[in-house]
Every structure is written in structure tokens, then in C-alpha cells.
Design a protein around this ligand. Sequence first.
Ligand SMILES: NC(=O)c1ccc[n+]([C@@H]2O[C@H](COP(=O)([O-])OP(=O)(O)OC[C@H]3O[C@@H](n4cnc5c(N)ncnc54)[C@H](O)[C@@H]3O)[C@@H](O)[C@H]2O)c1
Length: 254
Amino acid sequence: MIDNRFKDKIALVTGAGSQRGIGRGTALALAKEGAQVVITDIVADNVKSVTSELNAISRAIGEVADVRDKQAMIQVVTKTVEVLGGLDILVNVAGLTRPTSFLGITEEEYDLVLDVNLKGTFLTTQAAVPALLARGGGSIISLASVSGQRGGGVFGTSAYSASKAGIMGLTKALARELTPLGIRVNCVAPSMVDTDIAGDLLTDERRVELAKGTLIGRLGTVDDVVKSILFLASEESSYLTGVTLDVNGGMHLH
Ligand SMILES: NC(=O)c1ccc[n+]([C@@H]2O[C@H](COP(=O)([O-])OP(=O)(O)OC[C@H]3O[C@@H](n4cnc5c(N)ncnc54)[C@H](O)[C@@H]3O)[C@@H](O)[C@H]2O)c1
């Protein structure tokens, strides 16, 4: 951890309610390094508890907001600017997966995965960009996945893979459009990280098997991903934009 890397910065992290999740880890790490942080999630109790953890470190706001709801995300950004004074960093973490096979997946399930993962990232970014521009620029980081590069193969299936490949394309398109205006846009592509996203499917046996598939010899941790997100949010990555940063322990080389 580098002290005060984000002093005077204001960050918004979506999907930050889950106790063992990448969003909470990112929000806490940003706060510990000096940022004021706004978090969102759809689970009210989790928003409350992570917000109080954050408030013990620095000034924070927690909002129950669904990334699929454009107006709700605009309201979150408006409140961020009114209460904290602006927005410099957006981290699009909210996401979900479904293990259903291609022939089994219903249109509703496909829509849910694409709407939360891809459209949610799109709408949240659209809501946030005017505030970033008002500060003269900033940094946007979204959560892609190795699943979008190699076609799933762990727990994510077709819809998840399509949504995460979409995030990588969206990242490049937004980098082209927004970087000349001062906003760097990047994403991270983790392999399997031990959180609650896979539900009960990540058994001890599967953990060992997945670790063997990496070159580093272990599963990724939330901390591994958080460090990469903070790197992309910080000035240390000032010449990086449109990049997909692999955080996969060598599971997928390309
Ligand atoms: N864990 C992994 O192995 C892994 C690997 C690659 C990418 N990712 C991506 O990282 C991100 C975080 O995953 P995680 O492992 O921390 O999962 P998680 O399930 O712990 O956290 C996801 C959070 O998003 C929230 N969320 C779901 N739908 C939402 C919505 N409509 N609006 C707002 N919030 C919503 C959930 O309530 C939850 O708190 C996801 O985008 C995921 O696809 C995870």
C-alpha cells in the first residue's frame, strides 16, 4: 500500500456491498490511500455495513442503486458531486454470472447477465463522465474477465463470456472517445478469484484444480485484483489507456 496516493480524490465503486467481494476490497483500499469513496450495491444491509467501515477511514457515502437503472446512477453521481465536491475515479465492479449451459439459458437469464454486466457498466459510465470532465479528467476502470478472452471455461458460460468480451470492446471504444478529453479508460481481466460470485460451485477440490492451471500456482485473491485496479486508477499508469490488464497468474497467455 502506498500512503495517500489518492489524497483529494473522489471515487465511485459499484457493486461494493459483498463482504468478500472485489468492490468492497477496492473501496476500502482507495479509502486507506486517502480517497473519499462512494459505494453502491443492490443489497441494502451490505451497503450500510461497508459504508460504516469506510466512514471509519475517511468520508464516504453508500447508496442502494441498481446499475441497470440510469436515473438511479445519475442520482448517485449528482449526490457525489453535491456532497463530496466532484468525481475523479469510477470503478465498475457490479456484476453477476450464471452457470447455465447455452442450450439451457433463457432469454430472461441472458438479459439479466448482459444488462447488469455490460449495460450497467455502460449506463454508470455515461452517468459519471460529465462529473469526471468537470474535474478536468479522471480514470475509469471496469471489471472484464478471462472468461471474455477464452470463452468462459471456469464458471461463467456464454452470456457471461459475451458480457465480459463486451466490456473489453467498450473499454477500447471509450478510451478512443474520452482519452483526448482527459479520461483514461481501462479494464482488468481476472481469472478465478475466491469470492462469493460462483456460489457453492467453488469447492475445495475445484480450488486445487484451478490453482494447478495457473503458472503462479494459486488462485487469485481480491487483493491481487485490487492492487491492479488501484494501479490503473493512479498516476502510476498515466500513459495507459484502452488496456485490458490480465490478472490471471499466467492462467491465460496471449
Ligand atoms: N470472482 C471472480 O473470480 C471474478 C473473475 C473475473 C471477473 N470478476 C468480476 O468482478 C466483479 C466483482 O465480482 P466479485 O467476485 O467481487 O463478485 P461478488 O458477487 O462478491 O460481488 C458482486 C457485487 O455486485 C452486486 N450487484 C449485482 N447486481 C447488481 C446490480 N444490478 N447493481 C448493483 N450491484 C449489483 C452484488 O450485490 C455484489 O455485491 C464482477 O463484475 C465479476 O464479473 C470476478
